[in-house]
Design a protein around this ligand. Structure first.
Ligand SMILES: NC(=O)c1ccc[n+]([C@@H]2O[C@H](COP(=O)([O-])OP(=O)(O)OC[C@H]3O[C@@H](n4cnc5c(N)ncnc54)[C@H](O)[C@@H]3O)[C@@H](O)[C@H]2O)c1
Length: 324
């Protein structure tokens, strides 16, 4: 796939390069590596800051694994633009964007953001990948908490379009907008939440569905493999093109969601009170672990198949990371 000079993607990249040339990725684990690959593929210079010994070898090896997937989407990862600096204050010194992916611990995040703020240029974008710690908590040791947003990706960020942008009550709306513009420029689909809420939106939805999935397996109604097949062959497929609300809006016929709620709302409501509330006690966890052995292949092979499937789906939907 090639860029045309007048393509929307080319325009976005030109705009990106006028404003953002250098990204610092703090924490080079699962999520940091994935962001790094995506940023490199969009022509940014990336510095990874992670104190782990041997981090450069690890990150470069992981990026080599990701590169073919991005190549499949028409994006080239240039490892020449990649640098490493363990001292976070030094690593952010010339950053236009800082994407933090350190361990999910409040003390670590607070200390990292205090150091980042000290070392970074005054206009750098500040975003944390945190999946559970709100910006208001992470910013407790910052002098300028108005600069920080959560930029929560869905794993893997180099592939899945969604980024949940979650401001704290202190975050400057301009900081939110700059983060949104940046994520769009690297092909993401940012959604700004109006307020902080545990789990944000996507993980709350996953948790709700997974609760009933665990219940159905624990009750012996279906196996894990059957349940997954039910999802991927029905609502999973449907939700890739129409979310739950549009789905039911269409389910109401010409009268839309209003008619749907009149006709099927009471049935749906009755079902809510029948949903399970399982716990992950030893017995349930043992059952889930045992059934997970029934998936067809080792985890890395299954992950590769999933990535290939998601790539094909995104291509079919025109949902490439860069909307190319
Ligand atoms: N794994 C996921 O599915 C997922 C999805 C979305 C968001 N997140 C969030 O992304 C963040 C990172 O998660 P992960 O799964 O990549 O974790 P990870 O354990 O794979 O990576 C964390 C990295 O941080 C490094 N680190 C430790 N102390 C550091 C420091 N002081 N400075 C810089 N780096 C340091 C570690 O060496 C490690 O490489 C977390 O906040 C997590 O909530 C994770």
């Amino acid at each position: 796939m090639r860029d045309r000079a007048d393509s929307p993607r080319r325009g976005r990249l030109d705009a990106l390069h006028m404003t953002h040339e250098r990204a610092t990725v703090v924490g080079g684990g699962v999520i940091g590596v994935s962001w790094t690959a995506l940023f490199l593929a969009h022509g940014l210079h990336v510095t990874v800051s992670d104190p782990l010994p041997g981090i450069e070898t690890r990150v470069r090896a992981a990026i080599a694994q990701i590169a073919p997937t991005l190549a499949d989407l028409g994006l080239t990862v240039d490892g020449e633009r990649l640098a490493f600096e363990p001292d976070v204050s030094v690593a952010v010194a010339t950053a236009d964007v800082v994407q933090e992916n350190g361990p999910e611990r409040t003390d670590v995040k607070r200390s990292l953001w205090a150091s980042i703020e000290q070392g970074a240029p005054p206009d750098a974008i500040f975003a944390s990948s945190s999946s559970s710690i709100p910006a208001s908590v992470m910013a407790a040791s910052m002098k300028q908490p108005q600069r920080l947003v959560v930029g929560h990706p869905f794993n893997p960020p180099h592939l899945v379009p969604l980024v949940e942008v979650v401001p704290s009550p202190d975050t400057d709306p301009a900081a939110v907008q700059r983060a949104v513009d940046f994520y769009r420029a690297v092909g993401k689909r940012p959604q700004v939440l109006s307020r902080e809420i545990p789990g944000f939106v996507a993980n709350r939805l996953q948790a709700a569905l997974f609760r009933e999935a665990v219940n159905l397996v624990a009750e012996g109604v279906v196996t894990e493999q059957q349940l997954d097949d039910v999802v991927t062959s029905s609502i999973g497929m449907r939700w890739a093109v129409a979310g739950p609300f549009l789905t039911f809006h269409l389910g109401g016929g010409p009268g839309g969601l209003g008619d749907f709620l009149t006709h099927l709302g009471p049935t749906l409501e009755a079902l809510w009170s029948n949903l399970g509330s399982p716990t992950l006690d030893q017995k349930t966890a043992d059952l889930l672990r045992a059934q997970a052995n029934g998936f067809d292949g080792p985890v890395d092979e299954l992950a590769q198949r999933r990535d290939a499937g998601e790539t094909a789906l995104m291509r079919a939907l025109g949902e490439l990371p860069a909307h190319a």
